[in-house]
Ligand binder design. Structure first.
Ligand SMILES: Nc1ncnc2c1ncn2[C@@H]1O[C@H](COP(=O)(O)OP(=O)(O)OP(=O)(O)O)[C@@H](O)[C@H]1O
Length: 676
């Protein structure tokens, strides 16, 4: 859990904005000052009392100390009982206890006192940790099991890692052999690669956050500082991390921003620490650590027997310029990995003693072991395209734990879906089924031009805002805009194999887009309807008819509209609580597109609505400057797009898959332009 939360004592830097952790290598929890000196023999009672006071104060500063030992049985909201077991450890924010389920299976319960998450900010951070961690499924990431609460605590139930962390290992062993470090690094890099492919930056990779599972596999934990980037090129500006592991660009402050490379830096720090016994910039004084990091001031201790190849790799990873650091794949291509001895496993015995025979594994054997370790760490899994990944995530059968009710935004029970993986690839396009209506539109240059004009201006705005954010430019001008809620499609029935596509709008108007491209739109609360036809010279042309004046040639169409109207009223629920008239009256559906993972509507007011299979719906309106989110819980919120892109999610009800949907929407719109 990030010590960046709430009122934890933070080491101040850059106007106190840094969210730092421990300043000493072997202390995981946040501390503000150096260690207290024990009172000497001549210490007065007063001095002792003062020091005790200081100690008490220090203890108070740790939010985890607010965490009471959980009752002997903790029940989830679904009634599952967990028997509390041993105390496992404590961080700055949480205490961790063993929990045993009824079958005897052991878990680790990260226990956070509700008293420590009173502020909205702390709550949001905890929610973010839960949301991100919950979506991560990788053999080298601590598995998130469930999350529940009782009156005093929130419990994050995790896969049990009973063999402690790399920090304890290093404390016991002082330094590891190079083959062991190779073995460890492949697993860490595999997990980080997975995180980055899903646009998650961990931002707190350190020895103390990497645990051994029962089979001695390494698992990254603690997603307290993790963040999902809205797009691959965007940057984060919150200054956070653990002093010894902080990358120089983070210390550069808000002006510079940081991205995935901070995790690569931390990998370099860990590699150094495991080989040399302590991190490269270690100092008692945090300010000195920061100065050293900024100046790249570290040495390879000549008394330690570490290979030249290892030093080359460390030196390259610890490049001050993040862009000069090798990528995760490139790291594994270094001679140190390819030509060094590589063991087949890490044994329990190695937790306490240097293993024998790891140095003289043959070249062939090492190559085989490296390949096996890479495969185990999921290195062969990243060649799927975004559509495949989105598909597998949307269709994932994984159980979705509910968040504790009291933690859920607006106290609404919120199901958090997976944070989806993204490998942006311009070549990949959503698979589109060509609808009858699209075929008709494709034969009408005027209609196409109108639709393309909307797509182009929307795409342009979307990409401009994205670029502003990526390059760190202010998006104020895109935020200070009217962001009126657009007209939305609130229900639909696709009966295009017979008549057409029927829909109800948030204005309650009901329309049918017939297979011949014409539309009948019944205006709610009015005794009138629009008949919209495709005119070869003018494009869509609407005729208004009053109820008593409807031409008999439209009788069949009206029957169809009435049928669907009744059907939708009886069988379908609204996608949101929202109804009522919008200013944008008399909007109609121009085109709809069914893709693998969503249906997209193009409305006559230039809006694009995407209904995704995970029941989140996104609508881009005002030429892409405004975005509306309809959550699966039928809440509906409209924001300037720039505000959402900057945050990477909606300020209200979250859509954890926003990042991938964003890519998907762009791909889908481009696809429309290119398919014609
Ligand atoms: N999955 C796990 N299995 C076993 N023990 C664990 C597990 N997760 C955490 N622990 C133990 O609980 C301690 C506290 O956990 P963690 O570091 O995640 O809490 P935190 O309050 O977020 O810490 P930090 O001060 O780093 O923010 C760890 O140091 C470790 O001893």
């Amino acid at each position: 859990m990030a010590s960046a939360r709430g009122s934890l004592p933070l080491q101040s830097l850059n106007n106190g904005q840094i969210n730092s952790r421990s300043n000493a290598f072997n202390v995981q929890t946040p501390i503000k000052t150096g260690p207290l000196k024990p009172p000497g023999p001549a210490a007065t009672a007063n001095q002792i009392a003062q020091q005790q006071d200081q100690k008490k104060k220090k203890k108070k500063e740790k939010l985890s100390s607010l965490c009471k030992t959980p009752p002997s049985i903790v029940r989830t909201r679904t009634g599952i009982g967990y028997h509390r077991g041993l105390f496992l450890g404590e961080g700055g924010f949480a205490r961790c206890f063993q929990m045993k389920d009824e079958s005897g299976k052991l878990f680790a319960a990260k226990t956070v006192a509700k008293a420590s998450i009173k502020s909205e900010k702390t709550k949001t951070k905890l929610l973010s940790e839960i949301k991100i961690h919950k979506s991560m499924v990788h053999p080298n990431i601590v598995r998130f099991i469930d999350c529940f609460e009782d009156d005093v605590n929130v419990y994050i139930l995790l896969e049990m890692c009973p063999n402690q962390s790399l920090m304890e290992l290093l404390k016991t062993r002082k330094a590891l052999t190079e083959p062991e470090v190779r073995f460890i690094m492949v697993q860490i890099i595999g997990a980080v690669k997975y995180l980055h492919s899903r646009r998650v930056i961990h931002r707190d990779l350190k020895l103390g956050n990497i645990f051994f599972d029962p089979d001695m596999n390494l698992k990254i934990g603690d997603f307290g500082l993790a963040s999902v980037l809205p797009s691959k090129g965007s940057r984060k500006y919150t200054i956070c991390g653990t002093p010894n592991y902080i990358a120089p660009e983070v210390l550069g402050g808000k002006a510079v921003g940081h991205s995935f490379e901070v995790d690569v830096w931390a990998i370099g720090i860990m590699m150094y620490a495991l080989l040399f016994g302590k991190p490269p910039f270690q100092s008692k004084d945090v300010q000195v650590i920061y100065e050293k990091i900024k100046k790249n001031d570290y040495i390879f201790n000549p008394t330690k027997d570490v290979s030249y190849q290892a030093k080359v790799l460390i030196k390259d990873i610890l490049a001050t310029n993040p862009l000069e650091r090798p990528s995760l794949d490139e790291i594994l291509e270094y001679s140190w990995f390819r030509n060094g001895s590589f063991p087949s496993s890490f044994t329990v015995e190695s937790l306490t003693q240097t293993p024998r025979n790891v140095m003289d594994i043959s070249k062939e054997e090492s190559a085989k072991n490296l390949a096996a370790a890479k495969a185990k760490a999921g290195f062969n899994e990243w060649h799927r395209n975004p559509v495949q990944i989105l598909k597998s995530d949307l269709e994932s059968e994984r159980p979705k734990a509910l968040l504790p009710t009291s933690l859920s935004p607006s106290n609404v029970k919120q199901k958090y879906e997976e944070v989806s993986p993204v490998i942006a690839s311009r070549e990949t396009r959503p698979k589109t089924k060509i609808e009858q209506v699209s075929k008709i539109i494709n034969n009408h240059p005027i209609l196409l031009e109108k639709l393309n004009h909307n797509i182009t201006s929307t795409l342009e705005n979307m990409q401009t805002i994205q670029e502003y954010i990526r390059t760190g430019n202010s998006v104020k001008q895109f935020i200070d805009i009217d962001h009126e809620r657009p007209v939305l499609v609130s229900k639909w029935v696709d009966y295009s194999n017979k008549h057409g596509f029927s829909y109800q709008l948030s204005t309650n108007d009901i329309g049918v887009l017939f297979n011949n491209g014409s539309t009948v739109l019944k205006i709610s609360d009015e005794e009138s309807l629009w008949h919209i036809i495709i005119d070869n010279s003018y494009g869509w042309t609407a005729h208004r008819y009053l109820a008593h004046d409807i031409p008999t040639r439209l009788k069949k169409e009206i029957e169809v509209v009435d049928f669907f109207s009744k059907y939708m009223k009886a069988n379908l629920c609204e996608v949101s609580e929202h109804s009522g008239k919008n200013v944008n009256d008399d909007v109609f559906l121009r085109r709809y597109t069914r893709e693998d993972h969503c249906i997209m509507f193009e409305l006559s007011n230039g809006s694009f609505q995407f209904n995704f299979k995970d029941h989140h719906k996104l609508c881009l309106s005002s030429n892409g400057l405004v975005i509306t989110h309809l959550s699966p819980h039928r809440t509906i919120e409209t924001y300037p797009l720039a505000q959402v892109l900057e945050k990477g999610d909606f300020p209200g009800a979250s859509d954890p898959m926003f990042a991938v949907k964003w890519e998907y929407m762009i791909a889908s719109l481009r696809n429309k332009l290119e398919m014609q």
